[in-house]
Ligand binder design. Structure first.
Ligand SMILES: [Zn+2]
Ligand SMILES: [Zn+2]
Length: 258
């Protein structure tokens, strides 16, 4: 499986690509090409073009949750696909996978995107609160059981788990459900107890130092080989986590093979 960061908060001098406070990954696994989140603007489309990644043959879109920094770019993707189909090419996207609550934000924290139903009308919807395989080895986790509901409230938040030979690779948007909850649920539903790597946003909020410590200790206990915290994960959190596990840099254009 190859994961390429189409857009992230961070850019890198070697690539000269756009950055924005948003997230979008392209995940290629066998014959499937999954767009995981769509960023905020058309930056992910411009970056994909620069990277030579063709978005016209994306087979699946997966939305981690409804926040506009993960779904705002859907409008630009819709325009791109309408242009492609107008000149006679078929659109390859088979379906959009997400948690059902993404269609009706339960709380408006200023980041909710109420246009998602309209933006998805070109595609078949695959809404599920239960785990569902996207490819033979990539599982959409559906609703993540959350123990402390006072802290984690985004009920449309989910993640992907890739079952590699070395263990699980967890791919998250913002980890609003809590990173430990996501990891424990992924282990349970895949029957794979090893976590090889984690890539994605790790949102802690208001620098809860105890939360970061608990996550760090958990990752160390689980012997996670590498983590790639990005997007909503601030430098302080990355520095604290690096005391427990190896922390890798993430930026628009980064490509990793798992
Ligand atoms: Zn979010
Ligand atoms: Zn976010």
């Amino acid at each position: 499986m190859r994961l390429t960061v189409l857009v992230d908060n961070n850019s890198n001098i070697a690539h000269f690509l756009c950055a924005e406070p948003a997230l979008s990954f392209c995940i290629e696994d066998g014959y499937r090409k999954i767009l995981f989140d769509c960023g905020y603007s058309d930056a992910f489309i411009k970056n994909a073009y620069q990277l030579g990644i063709d978005l016209s043959d994306v087979t699946d879109i997966v939305l981690s949750h409804g926040h506009v920094d993960h779904t705002g770019g859907l409008a630009r993707l819709q325009s791109l696909y309408m242009k492609i189909s107008r000149v006679g090419f078929p659109i390859c996207v088979k379906r959009v996978t997400a948690h059902p609550n993404i269609m009706k934000p339960l709380e408006d924290d200023g980041l909710a995107n109420k246009n998602i139903p309209k933006l998805c009308d070109l595609f078949e919807l695959s809404l599920t609160a239960y785990p569902r395989y996207i490819t033979d080895n990539i599982l959409f986790l559906g609703e993540i059981p959350v123990k402390d509901k006072t802290r984690y409230r985004h009920r449309d938040d989910s993640s992907l788990a890739y079952v590699s030979k070395e263990g699980l690779v967890l791919i998250s948007g913002c980890s609003h459900s809590g990173l430990i909850n996501i990891a424990e649920y992924a282990k349970k539903v895949t029957n794979e107890n090893r976590i090889a790597a984690i890539i994605g946003g790790i949102y802690i909020g208001n620098n809860h130092e105890n939360d970061i410590k608990a996550i760090g200790e958990y990752l160390q206990k689980e012997k996670v080989q590498n983590i790639y915290p990005c997007h909503c994960c601030d430098l302080e959190t990355k520095l604290l986590l690096s005391k427990y596990v190896p922390v890798k840099d993430v930026y628009s254009g980064l490509s990793i093979t798992f």
